[in-house]
Design a protein around this ligand. Structure first.
Ligand code: 5RP
Length: 263
């Protein structure tokens, strides 16, 4: 691996702990103004100091993020679909690696839809992105999409999707936590980060974080369970404590309650 690529990766995965808290705020690329992300700047800027990396689109980066932030940027570069359109799996590459470089991104992210009718198209897009990324030392994060029409959200499906992403050359794979998650991590030869999924109670989201780390995940790429919380800063701090300090879910939740001034 060349120096530039390793340097960018070390801006996403903290060398001190080998872990990462990525803040996912890319949801608007197909959902539009998602609840509590209606004004991206208002949601993202207060949380930025507590994230290692921020995952977002170039449109939100350019319009809503101060260029002086210290976080690394992982740019969502796949899209072309919407929640009201016909098929969410029909994605393509919407942002070039050249533009990602110009924006000083430390990585680019693309979704793959294994098991969908656009499986081949999205896997070939991943391979194109890896090929292009290799020329410039740009790491690629593959997001294994889930959905009713795709396989069941279980260890067998997640292992299949994550392994395929790694085989094609993704440097990091983002997936969803499931029972038997250690099997997913074990059979994926590159770092795995977990999404939070739809909003659940804070205690449960912190348990998910703890269980994922215990099973070998490198960190989280979490969105709604942070910024849809009534107390987003205490929530991201609690997630950080689990990811970077090996705190238990209970310790994380105690911190969340204390910082949120909850009884
Ligand atoms: C969508 C994404 C999102 O970034 C992902 O879903 C993470 O956010 P959340 O924790 O809200 O699930 O990649 O494809």
């Amino acid at each position: 691996m060349d120096w530039g690529l390793r340097n960018r990766l070390s801006r996403i995965i903290a060398p001190g702990t080998g872990r990462s808290v990525m803040l996912a705020v890319d949801h608007g690329y197909f959902l539009g103004p998602t609840s509590r992300l209606e004004v991206p700047r208002k949601t993202i800027m207060p949380l930025a100091p507590y994230a290692d990396s921020i995952m977002l689109t170039r449109g939100v980066l350019r319009s809503s993020i101060d260029p002086s932030i210290l976080n690394s940027i992982v740019l969502r570069v796949s899209g072309g679909t919407s929640i009201v359109g016909e098929d969410l799996s029909n994605e393509g590459i919407i942002t070039s690696v050249e533009d990602a470089l110009r924006l000083n991104a430390s990585g680019v992210a693309l979704s793959i839809f294994v098991g969908s009718k656009h499986e081949r198209q999205t896997l070939l897009a991943l391979s194109e992105l890896v090929n292009e990324g290799q020329k410039h030392g740009m790491p690629v994060l593959a997001v294994t999409a889930v959905g009713k029409e795709l396989g069941k959200k279980d260890a067998r499906y997640m292992s299949l999707a994550c392994r395929i992403a790694a085989e094609i050359g993704a440097h990091i794979v983002k997936t969803y936590y499931c029972d038997g998650f250690e099997k997913v991590v074990e059979s994926c030869p590159v770092p795995v980060v977990v999404a939070g999924g739809t909003k659940i109670p804070e205690k449960d989201a912190l348990e998910l974080t703890y269980n994922a780390i215990k099973a070998g995940a490198t960190g989280v790429d979490m969105g709604r369970n942070i910024w849809q919380s009534d107390n987003p800063i205490p929530m991201i701090k609690a997630v950080r404590k689990i990811v970077h300090e090996d705190a238990t879910a209970k310790e994380g939740f105690e911190l969340y309650r204390k910082l949120s001034k909850l009884k």
